[in-house]
Design a protein around this ligand. Sequence first.
Ligand code: IDC
Length: 313
Amino acid sequence: MEKSVSDPAVFEGSTPVQANGRLYVKGTKLVNEKGDPVCLKGVSTHGIGRYPQYVDPDSFRTLRDQWHASLIRLAMYTEEFDGYCITGKQEELKALIDRGVQYATDLGMYVIIDWHILSDGHPAKNQKEAEAFFEEMSAKYKDHNNVIYEICNEPNSGPDWPAVKKYAEDIIPIIRKNDPEAVILVGTPTWSQDVDIAAEDPVRGYANIMYVLHFYAGTHKEALRDKARAALQKGLPLFVSEFGISDASGDGELDKAEGNNWIRFLKENDISFVCWNLSNKAESSALLNSASTVTGNFTDEDLSEQGMWYRNI
Ligand code: IDC
């Protein structure tokens, strides 16, 4: 396949961050510091509170060197799975984020700090905590050129786009005050699927904002790609910060054929993508099988079926 984009998986002696530097948004695309489109390929942790063992330098190194991943997403649930807003484990979770960012930085990988709302479907529900969290993170990481902020994983069960946009307009200036250029990912309603609706009325006045599209190939197919196409046509920059090829529950049958259709679509449009999830949980979207106990140097025997499929991608 002809390479039309700078592919961070091709190290040529340098790490993804050495090769690409700070990232910007130009039109609908993520670009590197030379202005060339980049398509980051990454892996998301499961909830870091529940599966902290994979926030590990060997695990990230294996993903970089053997899977050619250029990006790690640190998923920090806000409610379920020992979530940040309900368990009183804030310091522990922030220490995990700090370690994760440190390892990714040492390895020259990009890293997403993900405020993983899910059962708390409306981002406004824990907004005060979100404001304090992003104030602290952006002050701490303002000098990193590899940190990406994801401000609300998946708004669902209620908030429409104006409500999510309002939340984004409250959080973005908090990050921008400290970190004027970092890429910020804004979730979209209906579990980050309504990118076509966000495209009608995007956030104005800030550079380097992208909008989140999530899919699970067992459930979401051409109809969701049509929503993505509509958003792109209106000029909305998209980022797939989470996807799987299971059904939307994170479990059930894998649909590899549909997964391949999605990957082709994403590559054609230089859309970065991140696969859910780096854990050995007994569910088909876990990249490791449930018998695997290692936290790095994963061999074929450690990988689940989705893990094998994704590593080959
Ligand atoms: C799933 C996990 C699963 C967990 C469930 C509820 O894989 O172990 O029991 O959450 O917390 C999403 C979410 C992501 C989900 C994933 C699969 O962002 O947290 O993880 N999914 O259901 N959106 C669509 C699918």
